[in-house]
Design a protein around this ligand. Structure first.
Ligand code: ZN
Length: 241
């Protein structure tokens, strides 16, 4: 999508406290005049990620004075209905495994559709037309609601349904996990990479006990596995260049 000039505009960033959404937040801080964030408490087992947001916001504000001035309201929406109707390993205490449909049971059906719809409803009220999310279809778990085609269709549906020309920005859509670390480096140097590594949360089980070279997590769940592989690929690539 051809990006319109957004330097005097406000964006609403889906910010969970994870690696991807924190990188998206830095990306948006670099491009928009003002930023609001929205996070969702949907009964996820790893709700600890939401607690990471304050430290990440503090860190981002300290990293660049101009970013501090852009950070506006942060919103947290509670949508327990999502876990009440979902039978998944993210919302129930069951083992993470592959389902017969080829999707891991960490897939929460409709999650990103619901998130983006609530985000658009909030954006509507606040007069914001740019929404930024960390959906990615390159190194991902196969979730169909992370696909570019889904996001584009939803952008059309939300714009039609609210009679507002929303733009859904997904800066990570075509990036590998290693390239996402590189994007963080390009946006905020080593300090931003360190901040995201130490303070963002990815682990599906909500583990923050053990510190690995790629950050905190159980080290064994698919989210930790993706994060660790991306990190090692990033480090290997940056060592060569
Ligand atoms: Zn984990």
């Amino acid at each position: 999508m051809q990006m319109s000039d957004t330097h005097d505009m406000t964006a609403l960033v889906l910010f969970s406290g994870g690696q991807d959404s924190t990188t998206c937040l830095a990306w948006a801080l670099d491009r928009f005049a003002r930023i609001e964030t929205i996070g969702f408490d949907y009964g996820q087992r790893h709700a600890i990620e939401l607690d990471c947001r304050a430290r990440l916001l503090d860190g981002l504000a300290q990293l660049r004075p101009e970013w501090a001035g852009k950070l506006g309201d942060g919103h947290t929406l509670e949508i327990p209905t999502l876990s009440a109707i979902s039978e998944t390993a993210l919302t129930r205490d069951v083992a993470i495994e592959m389902g017969a449909d080829g999707l891991p049971n960490t897939f929460v059906p409709g999650r990103n559709l619901v998130f983006l719809t609530f985000a658009a409803a909030l954006a509507y009220r606040r007069g914001i037309s740019h929404i930024v999310g960390g959906m990615c279809e390159t190194d991902y778990s196969g979730y169909p609601d992370c696909r570019d085609e889904t996001i584009k269709a939803l952008q059309g549906a939300l714009s039609l349904g609210m009679a507002r020309p929303f733009e859904l920005h997904t800066p990570l859509m075509w990036l590998s996990k290693a390239a996402t670390w590189q994007l963080a480096y390009d946006l905020g140097g080593r300090d931003l990479v360190d901040l995201i590594r130490d303070q963002s949360h990815t682990c599906y089980l909500g583990e923050r006990g053990a510190r690995h070279d790629w950050g905190y997590g159980c080290g064994a769940c698919p989210a930790c596995d993706l994060r660790a592989r991306g990190w090692h690929e990033y480090i290997a690539g940056s060592a060569q260049s």
